[in-house]
Write a protein that binds this ligand. Sequence first.
Ligand code: PLP
Length: 434
Amino acid sequence: MQFYSTNNKDLRVSFKEAVFNSMPLDKGLYMPEVIPQLPASFIDNIEKYSLTEIAYEVASALLKDEIPADDLKALVEEAANFDAPAVPLDDNTFVLELFHGPSLAFKDFGARFMSRVMGYYLKDGEQLLDVLVATSGDTGGAVALGFLGVPNTRVTILYPKGKVSPIQEQQLTTLGQNIRAIEVDGTFDDCQALVKQAFADEELNQKFRLTSANSINISRLIPQTFYYFNAYAQLKRKGFKEVVFSVPSGNFGNIGAGLLAYKMGLPVKQFIAATNANDTVPRFLETGVYETKPSVQTYSNAMDVGAPSNWVRIMDLFKQDTKVLKEVVTAYRFTDEETLEGIKDIAEKYDYIACPHTAIAYLAVEKFRQQTEDESAAVFLSTAHACKFPDIFPPLLASKIEIPLSVEELSGRTKQADELKTDFAGFKSYLLHH
Ligand SMILES: *Cc1c(COP(=O)(O)O)cnc(C)c1O
């Protein structure tokens, strides 16, 4: 399987090249040259498969001529080594908990698989791989914990000082080994600008083998299809044949993976894209005009994206046909006030504490049901554990959040972070001399 650029289908590269380049030079995104169809015998019997067995079947359909079967099997088993349970809230409403990985967010699926794939290709004594990441919180933790201990790799994470939650900061700054954190006296945009400049710097590129680990990497997209298939398997065991998925969306990588799964043969009745006030996609589906906006800050800050980077992949999957796309994808937006009401509503109705991103996906299911009177089983994706966003909750609810063991372990460790200003000269000198 080769991968093409969404900007030029004649430009094709191997999986390895797509993984290490992240983005083609023409600034498109890599997509598989064909969307493989999973055999009916697999879909019809999916309830008999475990998460890692499903992950292997799906990965193999895409990558079998790129990575030998035994290696691919070992790789998915290491990458998808935590649960993704579809927890029932009532007869036909389920919350798909994607936060049981090391950083307590769904980004662990993508980051762990990517780090394993890179580690796999680096086996044969290649030059140390230097991963540079800018983070506003969730990405950094997933990437750091994904690459922790992966031989031949080193991760440098830049995060804005004082602008990530305490648990996020612990995940970034207490790991040691091949992970180092830089606290930048500025904003997330400053962090991103520093990383971008580093990638464009000739001297740094000569000295180091630099790579980014951002969400557009195709090796982060592929493993996110696994949990959609696995959610379907869980519902099928309960007798359901059709599913509606509601996905809290920012850069649209998560829902993009769901749509890839659908195109590979997963039976899905409807996808709901749920956004906060950063509503570029809901506006597009309403008006037909795709107009990006600068992002605005909200309670669900991992979704504060005005120009969703994965949207071109979704248009590509649907061959630019908005009409067909709109039959499969509905989109709703919610304000911060509604988000807070959603959090309270789930807590009251179901005694369940949802993070603000998750609450938006829940609200979208409610709205979809009101508008369509659809009574199919609905699965809304929980993208992070509530403990990562403690400030959003009213005190009474905040006190009910259960802190996972892995977080308690981190809290005893000392913070190790180097402080830098926002000037590139300082960052460059740091990279050259540390
Ligand atoms: C990254 C993130 C999202 C958005 O996912 P996309 O793939 O960018 O749409 C939603 N919720 C949480 C908690 C996240 O970390």
